[in-house]
Design a protein around this ligand. Structure first.
Ligand code: R5P
Length: 314
């Protein structure tokens, strides 16, 4: 069972998963619910947390590659008739594993899928002739009785899945975490319009101020944030976005805000993609802490989306 733990990047995560699996072994096949959870390789920690919240079994599956690189999946435990597959699509390979898991459940009465981080959601429209709507192309391949995403970049994508799809909001959990930091006159700031709902939702949970910056995307890697005066002098600032990919959006926002002499700057996101050297760029820009959820499992994933997912599927 533990041979798959190598896919999780940090040893403290492995220890926690090990403990959860041991607890699960004690209660083997005695979950209160008929529901069985299957975790894809990208969401093993989150899936075990959801299973724990729901007190239901998590099935053992193995993920391998043939010598030519083709992915190969096998669910080793008996599947049953009510399944919840949890798999983020952090890489293109993760999408293949997800499709294979759905197909392995072809004969199952009810198959629901949670895609905590849905890759390609930022390609929800075309910018030039000849381009696909990639989010639509990918979403169409998922055929399930119900599909759940978490703070998907653009909710319009939900309409493209082959089945009723719902987006879950973990912003209140980010709000709870921010409250626990006991900040000095905190204010939440969205770096662009797209993150406004997330900032509003986190701030309303705390009953604090929020504001929004104006971002212009120059290309896939560069952005410009328009100067704006906000009352942040000697206050703690939390910049909130749905995704941190290259970190460019956050770094631009951080540099703009430092000029207005805040106390500390924190950054928070739902999906810590953290491509390339994003993490180092953020800390070099002077942030106090990076806060993210486990829709993508890495060292920044300090808030779990599990309670929100468990509540939606129970
Ligand atoms: C785009 O609008 C998203 O909400 C994020 O702002 C964006 O994906 C962040 O990307 P990056 O970290 O590469 O600037």
């Amino acid at each position: 069972m533990l041979c798959h733990l190598y896919i999780l990047p940090l040893c403290y995560i492995n220890i926690e998963l090990y403990q959860i699996l041991l607890i699960g072994q004690d209660n083997h096949n005695v979950g209160r619910h008929n529901l069985k959870i299957i975790s894809g390789p990208a969401s093993q920690l989150l899936a075990t947390r959801v299973a724990k919240e729901l007190d239901c079994d998590i099935l053992l599956a193995e993920y391998k590659r043939f010598p030519d690189g083709e992915a190969c999946v096998r669910v080793l435990d008996e599947i049953g008739d009510d399944v919840l597959i949890i798999q983020s699509t952090v890489s293109d390979g993760d999408l293949i594993y997800l499709l294979q898991l759905v197909d392995a459940c072809e004969e199952v009465e009810r198959v629901r899928v949670v895609i905590p981080y849905f890759r390609y959601a930022r390609q929800e429209r075309t910018s030039h002739p000849g381009e696909p709507i990639s989010a639509r192309a990918i979403a169409r391949t998922i055929d399930a009785d119900e599909i759940f995403t978490v703070n998907i970049h653009d909710p319009s994508v939900l309409g493209h899945f082959n089945g009723p799809a719902h987006d879950l909001d973990v912003a209140p959990l980010i709000g709870d975490y921010i409250r626990s930091l006991d900040l000095d006159r905190p204010i939440i700031i969205a770096p662009d319009d797209g993150a406004c709902a997330l900032a509003r939702s986190s701030a309303s949970k705390l009953g604090i101020d929020y504001d929004v910056l104006e971002k212009i995307r120059l290309n896939g890697e560069d952005v410009e944030i328009k100067p704006k005066h906000i009352d942040i002098m000697n206050r703690d600032v939390v910049i909130v976005d749905d995704i941190i990919s290259t970190g460019e959006t956050m770094v631009e926002a951080i540099e703009l805000l430092w000029r207005q002499k805040p106390n500390d700057i924190y950054v928070a996101c739902v999906h810590p993609v953290l491509a390339r050297n994003a993490l180092i760029r953020l800390f070099k820009a002077g942030i106090k802490e990076l806060i993210a959820t486990d829709t993508i499992e890495n060292g920044a994933s300090i808030i779990s989306a599990a309670p929100v997912i468990a509540k939606a599927v129970e």
